[in-house]
Design a protein around this ligand. Structure first.
Ligand code: 6PG
Ligand code: NI
Length: 204
């Protein structure tokens, strides 16, 4: 989310920094640690353990100076680090845009997925460098790193769209992305964490 420039903006160029990890000029930088993701991983015990074991950075969001105000078109780069918690791949919180408008993602580095949910139907889009993922109006969206390297993408979205994180907590995302034998395994959102991930996990 970007609030660093005051409209009207003059025309400008924005360039990628080293490794496509930053923007120049740059606005706000958000850092999401494991402790910021409470209630999002199905395995709450594994989540709590990860918080205790160093509370790692799961993802960052670097914005350009274009502000989130009507008629502007802000951009940001999200970098999701590789990992899983209780077998569930590291991911963004996920959100719905209260003012339903489309959004585009452009894959820059690594291997990821774009999980979309409209409240009834869930869709999974494979994402990688050079892939454009289109998020139609009204679809909640969450990004997932399914590889061994940081997964990075550029997002471009209408400045009036807003962000609703409560919607995902209330409605879920339809599917979860788990580490499978060779690739990503998509399971129903409510499926329990597999016992083999946490042999010492106490019975609930
Ligand atoms: C947006 C984009 C994108 C997103 C980040 C972090 O609407 O701004 O979808 O920039 O915010 O990838 O994801 P969360 O906002 O779900 O934490
Ligand atoms: Ni969005």
């Amino acid at each position: 989310m970007s609030t660093s420039a005051t409209p009207p903006l003059s025309p400008l160029t924005i360039t990628f920094g080293p490794g496509n990890a930053t923007l120049e000029p740059q606005g706000q930088v958000l850092t999401r640690r494991m402790s910021d993701l409470e209630g999002l991983f199905v395995d709450g015990h594994a989540w709590r353990q990860a918080v205790v074991d160093g509370d790692p950075v799961v993802y960052t969001v670097v914005s350009s100076p274009v502000p989130e105000v009507p008629r502007e078109l802000p951009q940001s780069i999200t970098t999701i680090y590789p990992g899983d918690t209780g077998g569930e791949f590291w991911m963004t919180k996920g959100h719905q845009h209260p003012d339903p408008q489309g959004e585009i993602y452009l894959g820059l580095e690594g291997r990821g997925g774009l999980l979309l949910f409209d409240g009834e139907r869930a869709e999974w889009l494979d994402m990688g460098p050079g892939t454009i993922g289109y998020i139609p109006p009204g679809w909640a969206h969450r990004s997932v790193n399914v590889g061994d390297e940081p997964y990075r993408f550029l997002a471009v979205y209408p400045g009036s769209a807003g962000h609703d994180y409560g919607w995902v907590l209330a409605h879920g995302m339809g599917l979860r992305a788990r580490r499978g034998d060779a690739t990503v395994e998509l399971v129903p959102f409510g499926a329990p964490a597999s016992a083999s991930d946490n042999p010492t996990r106490p019975q609930e």
